[in-house]
Design a protein around this ligand. Structure first.
Ligand code: TEU
Ligand code: CA
Length: 550
């Protein structure tokens, strides 16, 4: 059956932190298989699995050393095949994560390049320095430091926009593109029905020039041949199978480009992740600072993307969380006094928008940021690098730690909290404790407790996922922001044929009198995180969905 991705919900799994079945402290594919019924209960249609391919794991698998084999820590090819088959039995599809902007420096292609093989050297960007000791450009790596690494034997540098062990691939080389196509086809033949393309808008590099005003991103973001390369990939691989759903992760992109990437008839991708709404607690592009989130900006950005993408018949992925983001209930909600209310409120806002919702493991039970108190508890290369960089800039160790605690990607990477057993039921820990610490709140926040409680965050997500399937207005309707300048309320209207929906939420923990309540005559409340209630007097983090059908 060709399911409609606009009515679907995707559940994201970071296998390393999901479920460990052999006690080595690392989640594995068998662990994912063991939890398929849980994901089915939630109601997800697709399961996006972050990379499980052979990798030295310097960036937890986003440094791929072999696209065709499974990292032994995670399991075997047979496990992956079983996973696809078992998911399919439950009418769920797998979405695999394709990292094609770069490969691990342990990948055979890079190894051959380093041995001096000219054919493979051209798979990468090797360039002379400007002068002795000065890299070709002043671009910065996203994980800190220069984006160029010196190789003495060639007296050249290679480009790495991410970690020094993640070498950027040269997509201008046709042989690279052919290799990539082979990889996608390989996984299509295994029955994979979805692909997520990692930082795919960075694959077409423009000119190698110094960036006088920034970190270099303007020279490679949404680069000169990006649409051509995506169309080619579409036409030669997944575009031949109408059942396949694709999403591109777009780093620092523009709406204009995304209308093209994810236009319904542009022949590139089905949808895009964009991140502007998740930078409202940054200072410009600077993530490693502490500033309160800007609510007005959050609304403006979300609605600008909603309305512009709709206008151009293009499709968004809608989300708060992933493996690179802090937990949303800690970030925009209140993980203490109004933990449950705010988790449900945030879910309501995302799931009723126009776009395909993504739920990141643990979000559906309201998991919170880590409670790490020492830098030695962190694992992420980006966090560890920036902890040093902040101190080099003059911050004290404790101030640097505070910033890392708030922004670290590890906030989203602590083990999934299954139950009240040791290590939250993530692992038996017989051979090894979890690779990263479990949040100590697992006795309160865990899946088992929530499955036994009809008022839980879990069942609220389940209802939202069902609602999208049931109501065309959620899947297909137009979007109109309501009272966008209100300082506390996040509200919008959806319309489709004879259906209408009003979604309204109090984004803060205080009772609030909403002055510009829309006319609700003919509407009934179909979902909310408080009993009864009217929109004029909103309770802390109250959210409600009102529906009308004429
Ligand atoms: O992330 C791309 C990316 O740019 C970020 O979300 C990144 O984590 C952020 O800029 C850091 O501040 C993707 C993957 O999702 C991420 O896990 C990988 O580390 C990265 O690409 C490299 O493959
Ligand atoms: Ca394991």
């Amino acid at each position: 059956m060709n399911r409609d991705f606009r009515k679907s919900t995707v559940y994201q799994i970071y296998p390393k932190s999901f479920c460990d079945t052999n006690g080595d402290g690392i989640g594995d594919i068998k662990g994912v298989i063991s939890k398929l019924d849980y994901i089915k209960e939630l109601g997800a249609d697709y399961i996006w699995l972050t990379p499980f391919f052979v990798s030295p794991q310097n960036d937890n698998g986003y440094d791929v050393a072999d696209y065709y084999s499974v990292e032994p820590k995670y399991g075997t090819m047979e496990d992956v095949e079983t996973l696809i088959a078992e998911a399919s039995k439950r009418e769920m599809k797998l979405m695999f994560d394709m990292v094609f902007n770069h490969v691990s420096t342990k990948h055979e292609w890079f190894q051959k390049a380093m041995s001096g093989d000219a054919y493979y050297k051209d798979f990468f960007f090797f360039r002379k320095g400007k002068e002795e000791g000065v890299p070709p450009t002043n671009w910065e790596s996203k994980f800190g430091g220069s984006a160029w690494e010196y190789v003495e034997k060639f007296d050249e540098y290679y480009l790495h926009l991410f970690d020094v062990t993640q070498a950027d691939l040269n997509w201008d080389n046709e042989n690279v593109r052919k290799e990539i196509q082979k990889v996608v086809k390989f996984w299509m033949e295994k029955g994979v029905k979805g692909f997520r393309f990692d930082v795919v808008n960075l694959i077409s590099k423009g000119s190698f020039e110094d960036d006088e005003t920034g970190d270099g991103r303007k020279y490679y973001t949404d680069g000169p041949k990006i649409h051509q390369y995506l169309k080619e990939l579409h036409d030669t691989t997944f575009g031949t199978d109408a059942e396949i759903v694709t999403v591109g992760e777009m780093s620092s992109t523009s709406i204009e480009n995304c209308c093209q990437y994810a236009g319904s008839s542009t022949g590139e991708l089905n949808m895009v992740f964009s991140f502007h709404h998740l930078k409202v607690d940054f200072m410009g592009n600077e993530k490693w600072v502490l500033v309160p989130f800007d609510f007005k900006k959050l609304k403006e950005i979300i609605f600008e993307w909603q309305t512009e993408m709709e206008k151009h018949d293009a499709w968004n992925a809608v989300f708060w969380c992933n493996h690179d983001q802090p937990r949303v209930v800690s970030r925009f909600g209140n993980e203490k006094e109004y933990w449950k209310e705010s988790a449900k409120m945030l879910a309501t806002i995302i799931h009723c928008l126009r776009g395909t919702p993504y739920v990141y493991q643990g979000e559906e039970i309201g998991m919170t940021n880590t409670d790490f108190t020492d830098i030695s508890q962190f694992r992420d290369v980006e966090s560890l690098n920036h902890y040093e960089i902040l101190q080099d800039k003059g911050l004290s160790a404790s101030d640097a730690l505070r910033i890392v605690q708030i922004h670290s990607r590890d906030n989203g990477r602590t083990p999934m909290q299954w139950n009240t057993e040791d290590y939250a039921g993530f692992t038996s820990g017989e051979k090894h404790a979890p690779w990263i610490g479990v949040n100590s709140n697992y006795k309160k926040i865990n899946a088992e407790e929530q499955l036994g409680n009809s008022d839980s965050v879990f069942y609220y997500y389940k209802k939202l996922i069902e609602l999208r399937k049931k109501l065309d207005v959620i899947a297909y309707g137009s979007v109109e922001p309501l009272d966008i300048s209100d300082p506390s309320v996040f509200a919008y209207r959806r319309k489709y044929k004879n259906e209408e929906l009003i979604v309204a939420a109090n984004f803060y923990g205080k009772n609030y009198e909403w002055k510009n309540v829309p006319n609700l005559s003919g509407f009934e409340k179909i979902l909310g995180n408080y009993e009864g209630g009217e929109l004029r007097k909103l309770q802390p983090y109250e959210a409600a969905v009102w529906y009308k059908c004429q």
